[in-house]
Design a protein around this ligand. Structure first.
Ligand SMILES: CC(C)(COP(=O)(O)OP(=O)(O)OC[C@H]1O[C@@H](n2cnc3c(N)ncnc32)[C@H](O)[C@@H]1OP(=O)(O)O)[C@@H](O)C(=O)NCCC(=O)NCCS
Length: 425
């Protein structure tokens, strides 16, 4: 249709709101919960809401007010996340919600801009989030940094390759998750540094993972846990739910719904996968959020049985470019001048020289001519090491001005282990 602007289709006709944005007070928590529940069409139990409240940092939990009514919210959580080079502080953005009566009047934009300005003034150099819909956050300079896979693996035919690791000293222990918490945390803390994107799970977050209220079961069993261990202790764990057969048919058709699986070594990892694949009365494993380089893809003798699908996982925003880029390691030496477009955070816009080698990295403003031009979202997408830049150039999003600069930056920013957050916050 000539002149038709798809961006305008869902605009509400009624008045614009000029919201006041400020941190909420602890006493405003009930209104906050109401906005969150309305926007997500969710009915959180009191216990679940209370667990969420325990993770909130009120001084960085923004509310948008129309008069004295809370109509929108967005919060930032203080996380320590593994990035290429080690653990770093990042801001985990979550609980972003606008009351349905106030949607599409710029409230999200007002919240995002304020949050980014606050971070620039005194917060983390990098923000990360999980998006409810992939079309929302690119406009605020977030880049799609992590791909995750989902697998629906049938038990039948799921043999491993002949050279799959096996360690006869490993044994399995079926245990209630809460009773195994110390072992679970020990394993997770040991793998934390091995993959960009994994973030330290606080006590409150473990409480949330291991809480096992019926509204989290979604038609499946309560949480199950299996520990892989030897005489020296735990070497891995799997957390999952079991969905019973949908009919009384003679052929069992239950499903294992995998939630968390980590091993300290390949043999522990393999024995746990073998266990979930072989569960009696189940005919498949549904693993919804797995890393893009999950070793199970190489263990299965018939990898087509993965029945894999793909999703965007975490999105990353480089909030303070001059601090963020030198604060990670690079896989190869690089010396490039990048011209950055960043209309939302203008303090990042312009030309920067990034120089890095095995001893460290610097990133400073320069007047030298640009080797590459790109939007800041590309730096966010590549920050955790999960992106090469060639496809962005082919898509016309990265523009190379000096031959070889794109490949050099791409090789330097990418990382051997694919990033993955593993747990939605
Ligand atoms: C998503 C949500 C926060 C958007 O809030 P909002 O106040 O309506 O957003 P705004 O009016 O500030 O919109 C800003 C821009 O984002 C766009 N946008 C908003 N929601 C969008 C969506 N779900 N998908 C794609 N674009 C979206 C708007 O069209 C607008 O585009 P423009 O800048 O080109 O004009 C709100 O609809 C909501 O609470 N949804 C349910 C809960 C949810 O999904 N929260 C996000 C959790 S990650």
């Amino acid at each position: 249709m000539p002149g038709h602007n798809v961006n305008r289709v869902n605009k509400e006709p009624s008045r614009n709101v000029n919201p006041v944005i400020r941190p909420i007070k602890a006493s405003e928590w009930p209104e906050w919960r109401e906005v969150d529940q309305e926007a997500f069409a969710a009915d959180f139990s009191d216990a679940r809401a209370e667990r969420f409240r325990a993770t909130l940092e009120f001084d960085r939990s923004l509310g948008a007010f129309d008069g004295d009514r809370l109509v929108g919210c967005a919060t930032g959580l203080s996380f320590t996340m593994t990035v290429p080079g080690g653990p770093r502080p990042v801001c985990g953005v979550t609980a972003v919600a606008v009351l349905p009566s106030h949607r599409r009047r710029g409230i999200l934009s007002a919240l995002m801009r304020r949050q980014l300005a606050d971070l620039h003034e005194g917060g983390e150099a990098v923000a990360v989030l999980y998006a409810s819909e992939a079309g929302i956050y690119g406009r605020y300079g977030y880049g799609r940094a992590v791909d995750s896979m989902f697998f629906r693996i049938p038990k039948r035919g799921s043999e491993f390759v002949p050279h799959a690791p096996a360690d006869p000293s490993l044994r399995l222990r079926v245990v209630r998750p809460a009773a195994a918490r110390a072992d679970i945390e020990k394993v997770f803390d040991a793998v934390l540094a091995t993959r960009p994107g994994l973030y330290a799970r606080s006590e409150a977050r473990w409480n949330a993972v291991l809480a096992d209220e019926p509204d989290a079961h979604r038609g499946a069993s309560s949480l199950r846990c299996v520990i892989a261990e030897d005489d020296a202790g735990a070497r891995g764990y799997a957390l999952f739910r079991l969905k019973p057969s949908s009919t009384d048919h003679d052929v069992p058709d239950g499903e294992v719904r995998l939630i968390d699986l980590f091993g300290l070594d390949p043999a522990a990892y393999a024995v746990l996968w073998r266990h979930v694949l072989d569960r009696d009365l189940c005919s498949r494993v549904f693993a919804w959020n797995r890393p893009a380089d999950d070793p199970i893809m190489h263990l299965l003798a018939e990898p087509r049985l993965l029945n894999a699908g793909w999703l965007d996982e975490m999105w990353v925003r480089v909030v303070h470019l001059g601090r963020a880029l030198p604060d990670r390691a690079y896989a190869a030496p690089v010396d490039v001048v990048i011209e950055v477009e960043d209309p939302v955070c203008p303090w990042n816009a312009g030309r920067w020289r990034l120089s890095a080698d095995a001893t460290g990295a610097t990133c400073a403003r320069t007047n030298d001519p640009a080797d590459l031009e790109l939007p800041v979202s590309v730096l966010g997408a590549a920050y955790l090491g999960g992106r090469t830049l060639g496809a962005y150039e082919a898509a016309g999003i990265v523009r190379e001005r000096r031959h070889g600069a794109m490949r050099a930056l791409s090789a330097a920013m990418s990382w051997e282990t694919k990033p993955w957050g593993g747990l939605i916050f």
